[in-house]
Design a binder for this molecule. Structure first.
Ligand SMILES: Cc1ncc(COP(=O)(O)O)c(C=O)c1O
Length: 321
């Protein structure tokens, strides 16, 4: 029997499962079940890596308060680490994020401050600017996943190699979104080093600035979208967006309906960002003329969205049904 010494050791080594009952054209599509991490999302991986790096570099000392700007999942990953290592944790989150995430964070002992979702970088109430300011004013350690190289490193060291090994190096395309850019940059860089012609495909919520940038080199104004954790109004510092050689803009309706379909047809309960990723992956698969092996991520658990995408009333109110 395998016994883990603590919950942090259980992070990573997530399974890869084939999509069977959704039309993927001539391709095989696989989901990497990041929702099986103990904190319920892919962000557990970066939480441990970023805290270990900060301790190693002397930026974080016993008793210090940790603060992070997050759509919620990085906060939940950090809450696991903070609980096991005894750091107080402060989370700054845009107010569009699900109440389940807020409740979950508070239950884990984090202090949660919600701020406006309708402002962009540079505004004092933008979640990242607010976290940076609170850190500065109070002498807290701001993790800053958007500029922290340990975010990329976590995926370069673990997620990328796992995908390569699980596919026996036969992967043709990897589809992911960008929130901080950690997954695209870390996994993308690793996969390209193994196989230079692997397709790196960006799944972007319609309204984000990234799809126009990747596909047409266009700089557009950001709109708004409901998918949580992906899509951007700027290119984060750690994000090597040039790695993506193709992008799909996915509407909230298409992404959320795909998340529902994945539960109904495949028995995997994913959140709104994964719905966006899988919708883009399915489109990529259907666009191919020959068989390809395609991998995307089931980034977080759909349990976090019972009041939203799995709630008919909320879906109807937002014209998503
Ligand atoms: C909830 C959530 N946040 C963020 C991301 C994006 O990851 P990253 O911050 O590494 O770009 C994802 C998945 O793609 C996600 O599901």
């Amino acid at each position: 029997m395998k016994v883990y010494d603590n919950v942090l050791e259980m992070i990573g080594n997530t399974p890869l499962v084939k999509v069977n009952n959704i039309d993927t054209g001539p391709c095989d599509l696989y989901l990497k079940l990041e929702l099986q991490n103990p904190g319920g999302s892919i962000k557990d991986r970066i939480a441990v890596e970023m805290i270990n790096a900060a301790e190693r570099d002397g930026k974080l000392k016993p008793g210090d308060t940790i603060i992070e700007a997050t759509a919620g999942n990085t906060g939940l990953g950090l809450a696991l680490v903070a609980a096991s290592k005894g750091y107080p944790l402060m989370i700054v989150m845009p107010d569009k994020m699900s109440q389940e995430k807020v409740n979950n964070l508070r239950a884990m002992g984090a202090t949660v401050k919600q701020t406006r979702s309708d402002v962009q970088k540079g505004h004092p109430e933008y979640y990242q600017d607010m976290a940076a300011r609170l850190a500065e004013e109070n002498g807290w350690f701001y993790v800053n996943q958007f500029e922290n190289p340990a975010n990329v490193e976590a995926h370069y060291k673990s997620t990328g190699p796992e995908i390569w090994q699980q596919t026996n190096g036969e992967i043709d395309a990897f589809v992911c979104g960008v929130g901080s850019g950690g997954t695209l940059t870390g996994i993308g860089r690793y996969l390209r080093e193994q196989k230079s012609d692997v397709d790196l495909v960006l799944a972007d919520p319609a309204g984000s600035i990234l799809e126009p940038l990747v596909n047409r080199g266009e700089h557009v104004e950001a709109g708004s979208w409901l998918a949580e954790g992906i899509g951007e109004d700027f290119v984060p510092k750690i994000c090597e967006i040039e790695l993506a050689n193709k992008a799909y803009a996915i509407s909230d309706k298409e992404g959320m309906q795909m998340a529902r379909q994945v539960l109904e047809k495949e028995g995997v309960m994913v959140g709104s960002s994964s719905g966006t990723l899988i919708a883009a992956a399915v489109r990529y698969c259907q666009d191919q003329t020959e068989k390809k092996q395609v991998v995307t991520l089931a980034c977080d658990t759909g349990n976090r969205y019972l009041s939203k995408l799995f709630n008919d009333e909320w879906m109807r109110e937002n014209n998503l049904l």
